[in-house]
Design a protein around this ligand. Structure first.
Ligand SMILES: NC(=O)c1ccc[n+]([C@@H]2O[C@H](COP(=O)([O-])OP(=O)(O)OC[C@H]3O[C@@H](n4cnc5c(N)ncnc54)[C@H](O)[C@@H]3O)[C@@H](O)[C@H]2O)c1
Length: 276
């Protein structure tokens, strides 16, 4: 038997984190597009990792539980990397809420029931969730603690209260952060840790879809005017994940780390501040 890692979302960010943390482990790679899981699985196996690709849908509890059962055939689940998601230019409001918000909440809950002692998880949120007005303390608490199957019935997430796909994405990412706080308390009872990372613009197929989508100029302006003056790379997100998932992060749990080249700082106090 081996220690097992689960990766959901066979994209560039997920693969970069696996390369830092997945050596010596059995790595289950789940993606809605089996071909994505297979192609990353091949790259990793060719580099000495031991992976198994499978089709899974983050928006389905059944699919998540099937993936967990498959993973447990190889040993105890020691690490979770959730890098599955859809962006505002890729999907409809309902899909974004179902995958990025609800699916992430279910995954953290289900893996939290089986994560082994000393286990760690990271989920990829986004700085997008911070580029909107604060929610009330009550709204934050509802996002954090509402039972997963009731989440999408909350008034603040009803379709009439969501302006567009960007708003849906922002709410989903805000929810990720709150969910990680609440779930980390449960993970802690098992001796495990859980955190999220909020990247800025990271060049991946998802970001390239955004550059070519209706908000392309907005995104290009965003990285041009952030303190770093460029988009980031998946490996820079993996640097943060390595801190959070290794023993160096032993005292870090239930929190969110931004890795956005300063875009959020510039949004509040610099040239990216929206004009009134
Ligand atoms: N790239 C960026 O600029 C950026 C910035 C902030 C946050 N993020 C977040 O990072 C995460 C990973 O994004 P990426 O840029 O590596 O994208 P990517 O497109 O390279 O990978 C995302 C993967 O998720 C898979 N996926 C989509 N829906 C799914 C579902 N229902 N079930 C299972 N898999 C599904 C896709 O098939 C794809 O393989 C996402 O949550 C995204 O919101 C990305």
């Amino acid at each position: 038997m081996k220690n097992v890692m689960i990766l959901t979302g066979a994209g560039q960010i997920g693969m970069a984190i696996v390369r830092r943390m997945g050596y010596g482990m059995k790595i289950i790679i789940g993606d809605k597009k089996l071909e994505n899981a297979q192609s990353i699985s091949k790259i990793l196996n060719d580099a000495g990792f031991d992976t198994f690709p499978l089709e899974m849908d983050l928006s389905s509890r059944t699919s998540i539980k099937n993936m967990i059962s498959e993973a447990q055939k190889y040993g105890e689940i020691k690490m979770l990397i959730n890098a599955a998601g859809v962006s505002p230019s890729q999907a409809l409001i309902e899909t974004i809420l179902k995958v990025d918000l609800y699916g992430t909440a279910v995954l953290l809950e289900e893996v939290g029931k089986v994560i082994s002692e000393g286990g760690v998880g990271v989920t990829i949120s986004s700085q997008s969730g911070k580029r909107m007005p604060q929610l009330t303390a009550e709204e934050d608490a509802m996002l954090a603690c509402t039972p997963t199957d009731e989440l999408l019935s909350l008034d603040i997430l009803k379709p009439e209260n969501i302006r567009d796909t960007l708003h849906a994405y922002q709410m989903a990412k805000r929810c990720n952060e709150k969910r990680v706080m609440a779930e980390s308390v449960k993970w802690g009872k098992r001796g495990a840790r859980l955190n999220s990372i909020s990247p800025g613009i990271i060049v991946t197929p998802l970001a390239i879809d955004e550059f070519n989508g209706p908000r392309g100029d907005f995104y290009k302006n965003m990285f041009a005017k952030c303190p770093a003056g460029r988009p980031g790379t998946a490996d820079e997100v993996a640097n943060v994940a390595e801190l959070l998932m290794s023993d160096k992060g032993a005292f870090i749990t239930g929190t969110d780390f931004m890795c956005d080249g300063g875009a959020t700082a510039s949004y509040f106090y610099g040239p990216l501040k929206p004009k009134k």
